[in-house]
Design a protein around this ligand. Structure first.
Ligand code: AMP
Ligand code: GLY
Length: 425
């Protein structure tokens, strides 16, 4: 069978790694230097829905798995369904749960899904938005409603910061059309976790609960990034809490989407905050997380291709999906300066020995004219270690990560620390 993976990051390399075990012929649009080693990279942009559909039809692709959110929000799953091409990824109507935070919050309100209290304002309602912020006080969270590559949420500790955030979104339009509406939310306190579930629209399976590390700096300081590391299972989400997330969040969300005719065959990602009054949704994503995929895929005790096919063909209820009893930890190696400006084109060394010690997933990598592996993005590599528990998984990931070098290589040394502390208590 021919399988297409849409995207070019570490998540897509991890998906490809899982799918490669099935012996399928793999294609990546557009992929990276790591995916080129396990399949064929095809230079089609991940959000070019027309070209993706034409390619899948021409090449008789038997299964397509979509990594990023943009093509899903643009309707790639609708186009594939119309062309009778099997695909893992929700319809545009269902992907709105990530594509519009205003929609997601209203959806949660009408489905009784616990989340931060909120209000939504459009560009013409600047004065009302500001009055609402003054009335609520700080801290407060101000978000561009649309897709903003993970940068659209601003946690404001002072009214000055809130004014700047509101101006950036509604007045100077730093987020373009994604900022046509602003969502103003209560600031929740607690620890965050990611609960990912695959659904075929009827049945669903939860993957190992994971924890991401969004900030660039150790101790969770500095600006937000795409994610500097992850580990699973996260002991924060123990069995009773996971059960509560299933019944209070995942099930009402999936039932609500289905009853509103929003077809969902793919991965629903619930970013949750574990507050004193229980788990609440920070955000929903319509896809696997990155770097969460780099830890949850290796922990699947079922063939990845079989799972994906069952999702696409609506027979998840007949498949036994188990998580292995092991732990996984992923350390991201980023370019110096990320998430701000950074240099590209630095030569990467040490991958061979690192690859012998752990799983090395490529993200922002490419080849130069001399076929040398070079950096081409902010997040360059994700190194995943596996072990019987979190500590050996982390040891393996860091031992391998330390073998890799490129100019300005940057990593957090505290991935998984919160999990270790919780396990020890
Ligand atoms: P989002 O893009 O909605 O996932 O937000 C990015 C990050 O901002 C989250 O991972 C949280 O750390 C933080 N955040 C978002 N919404 C809230 C909220 N209502 N309360 C506290 N922190 C939040
Ligand atoms: N790791 C966060 C995300 O994928 O959105």
């Amino acid at each position: 069978m021919r399988i297409l993976v849409v995207g070019s990051g570490g998540r897509e390399h991890a998906l490809g790694w899982g799918l490669d075990c099935s012996g399928a012929a793999l294609y990546f649009t557009p992929g990276n230097a790591g995916t080129a080693a396990i399949g064929k990279n095809v230079p089609i942009a991940a959000d070019n829905v027309t070209a993706l559909t034409a390619f899948a039809r021409q090449e008789s692709i038997g299964l397509t798995v979509v990594g990023p959110e943009v093509p899903l929000v643009k309707g790639v799953a609708n186009a594939f369904a119309e062309a009778r091409l099997p695909i893992v990824g929700p319809s545009a109507e269902a992907a709105e749960i990530e594509g519009s935070k205003a929609f997601a919050k209203a959806f949660m309100a009408r489905r009784g899904i616990p989340t931060a209290t909120f209000a939504v304002f459009s560009r013409s309602e600047y004065d009302n938005a500001w009055a609402h912020i003054e009335e609520q006080g700080v801290p407060i969270v101000i978000k561009a409603s649309g897709l903003a590559a993970g940068k659209g949420a601003i946690v404001c500790a002072t009214l000055d910061e809130a004014r700047t955030a509101l101006d950036r979104i509604l007045r100077s339009q730093d987020f373009g059309e994604a900022g046509a509406e602003v969502v103003i939310e209560e600031c929740m306190t607690g620890e965050e976790a990611s609960v990912l579930a695959f659904t075929d629209g009827e049945d669903y399976v939860c993957l190992s609960p994971a924890q991401d590390h969004k900030r660039i700096g150790e101790g969770d300081i500095g600006p937000n990034t795409g994610g500097m590391g992850a580990y699973a299972p996260a002991p924060l989400v123990d069995a009773p809490l996971l059960q509560r997330v299933r019944t209070d969040i995942i099930e009402p969300a999936l039932e609500g989407l289905a009853s509103e005719g929003r077809i969902y065959r793919g991965c629903l990602y619930a970013g949750i905050m574990v507050t004193e009054s229980g788990p609440k949704v920070v955000e929903f994503n319509c896809r696997l997380g990155d770097p969460e995929a780099q830890v949850v895929i290796p922990l699947l005790d079922v063939d990845t291709a079989e799972l994906m096919l069952a999702v696409a063909e609506r027979r998840l209820g007949n498949l036994r999906v188990e998580m292995s009893g092991s732990a996984a930890a992923c350390v991201v190696l980023a370019s110096h300066g990320y998430p701000g400006a950074y240099q590209k084109g630095c030569v990467i060394t040490g991958l061979e020995s690192a690859g012998d010690a752990a799983l090395v997933f490529h993200a922002g990598t490419g080849l130069d004219d001399a076929e040398r592996l070079i950096t081409s993005g902010g997040r360059v590599l994700g190194v995943t270690g596996l072990g019987l528990s979190l500590q050996p998984a982390l040891d393996q990931a860091y031992a391998a990560a330390d073998l890799i070098h490129f100019d300005g290589v940057t990593m957090r040394r505290d991935i998984g620390q919160k999990g270790l502390v919780r396990l020890a208590s």
